[in-house]
Design a protein around this ligand. Structure first.
Ligand SMILES: [Zn+2]
Length: 269
C-alpha cells in the first residue's frame, strides 16, 4: 500500500474506534484529544515503512515517510533498514531466504508494534514535556506527509517541519497530561498495527507471526493470494479503498460531534 492510504487507514481506524468507545463504553474524549489521537495514529500508520531506505547523499528514494524531514528522515530510514536486516539475519532459520535489504521485516511485526506503543508511553512518562513535544512533532510530520501528500510535496519538508513543530507545541500547551500520555502511546501502537494489516492485504505480505517458527522459517510472509491481493497503486487502492476509508472517517467524526452540536442548539433527540 502507498503512504497516503496507510495514513488514511490509521486516521479512519482511530476515529471509528473512538466512536465505538463513545457509543458502547461511554468513553468520551475532548475535541483536542480526538484530533491528536487521529493525527498520531495516522502518523503511526506510516512509521513501519521507515525501514525502506533511499539514497541519503542524493536526498532521493525511500518511502513517503522517509521524505518527511528531508535528509534527516532519509538517514533514519537508512539506519532502520540496516538494523532490521541485522535482526533478520540474527533470527533467520534455515528455510528463510537470503535478503539484501530489511524492508518489511522487523518493523512489520507485532512485537515491534507493542514495543513502539509501550516505548512511547514510557518516554512520555519518564521525560515529560520534551519527550511529548518531540514525539508529537515527529508524528504530526508523518501525518501531514501522509494525509496531505500533494500539499506536503509542494510545500517541501521545511514547511512540513515548521507546521509540525507549531502543532506539537500547541498540543503540548493544551492537552492535559494525565490521559494524554497513554493516549499518544496507544495511538502510535495502533497506527503501526493498522499499517501491518494494510500490508497484509497486498501480495508480498508481512511476517506477522514473527517470532513463531514455522517449518524452519521464522519470517513466514503472510498475505492474500495473488488473485485477490491489493496491487500497490492500483485503482482499487487509490480510488475505492481511499473512498471507503474517507467515508468511515467522516461518518465516525459526524457520530462523535453530532450529539454535542445538537446539545448546543438545545435540540433533543
Ligand atoms: Zn509497509
Amino acid at each position: 500500500m502507498m503512504g497516503p492510504s496507510h495514513a488514511l487507514s490509521g486516521a479512519a481506524v482511530w476515529l471509528a474506534g473512538s466512536w465505538a468507545l463513545d457509543q458502547f463504553a461511554d468513553y468520551q474524549q475532548s475535541p483536542l484529544a480526538l484530533a491528536v489521537g487521529t493525527a498520531v495514529c495516522a502518523g503511526g500508520a506510516l512509521f513501519p515503512d521507515l525501514d525502506l531506505s533511499g539514497k541519503v547523499t542524493r536526498n532521493q528514494g525511500g518511502a513517503t515517510v522517509a521524505r518527511t524531514f528531508g535528509v534527516f528522515s532519509l538517514f533514519v530510514a537508512e539506519v532502520m533498514e540496516k538494523i532490521s536486516l541485522g535482526v533478520y539475519y540474527a533470527t533467520k532459520l534455515s528455510k528463510d531466504p537470503r535478503r539484501n535489504n530489511g524492508h518489511r521485516t522487523l518493523t512489520h511485526t507485532i512485537p515491534f508494534t507493542l514495543l513502539v506503543g509501550w516505548g512511547t508511553t514510557a518516554l512520555c512518562a519518564a521525560y515529560g514535556k520534551w519527550a511529548v513535544i518531540t514525539i508529537l512533532f515527529f508524528m504530526f510530520g508523518l501525518a501531514l506527509r501522509g494525509l496531505f501528500d500533494g500539499w506536503a510535496e509542494r510545500a517541501g519538508w521545511v514547511i512540513v517541519t515548521l507546521a509540525s513543530a507549531g502543532a506539537a507545541w500547541f498540543t503540548f500547551v493544551n492537552l492535559p497530561g494525565g490521559r494524554g500520555y497513554p493516549l499518544i502511546g496507544t495511538a502510535v501502537g495502533v497506527g503501526c498495527f493498522v499499517h501491518i494489516l494494510g500490508d497484509m492485504i497486498t501480495r508480498a505480505g508481512v511476517p506477522i507471526l514473527w517470532p513463531i517458527p514455522i517449518r524452519r522459517r521464522m519470517w513466514t510472509m503472510i498475505g492474500l493470494p495473488n488473485s485477490i491481493a491489493l496491487r500497490t497503486g492500483s485503482k482499487t487502492e487509490v480510488v475505492v479503498l481511499r473512498a471507503v476509508l474517507t467515508v468511515i472517517a467522516v461518518l465516525s467524526t459526524a457520530g462523535l460531534i453530532a450529539p454535542s452540536v445538537l446539545q448546543r442548539f438545545n435540540i433533543d433527540v
